[in-house]
Design a binder for this molecule. Sequence first.
Ligand SMILES: [Zn+2]
Length: 164
Amino acid sequence: MRAVTEREIRASFINCTKGEAKRLAVPRDLATRPWDDLDFLGWQDPGAPERAYLVVESGEGFTAVALRRATPGAGQLRRSMCALCLTTHTGGGVSLMTARKAGREGQLGNSVGSYLCTDLACSLYLRGRKQAGPGGRPPESLTLAEQVDRTMTNLARFLAKVTG
Ligand SMILES: [Zn+2]
């Protein structure tokens, strides 16, 4: 993806207030992120790990979404699969993330949830730049480009639920 600036990130949130978008934690190392290997940018708030965010290019600009990670329970010790990149993790590597819906629906308290890589590093797992442990990424017949397409289709579907 194209490198995104802090200003662009803060201006791109679709499911939080302007005040929240101004205050939330944006990574300080944007200049050194591996943009060529990122299909979207995801990060956790280092001061509040239950808060996570992701930014994806959309048309001319970017779309950013604020997520809440469900408190890990005993069930998290099981293996579970990321709904975006289909990487399997154990021990909390996948978390239930919920996004408040955009607009009026969100004001009414409605949200949508999905199981995602806790570190939101799906792009790096797809490329083998990050390892998910034994069996995390079983061999696939799809090319990397096809796996990226599939991931982005899954992400677009999730974002459509947030906006819809
Ligand atoms: Zn993932």
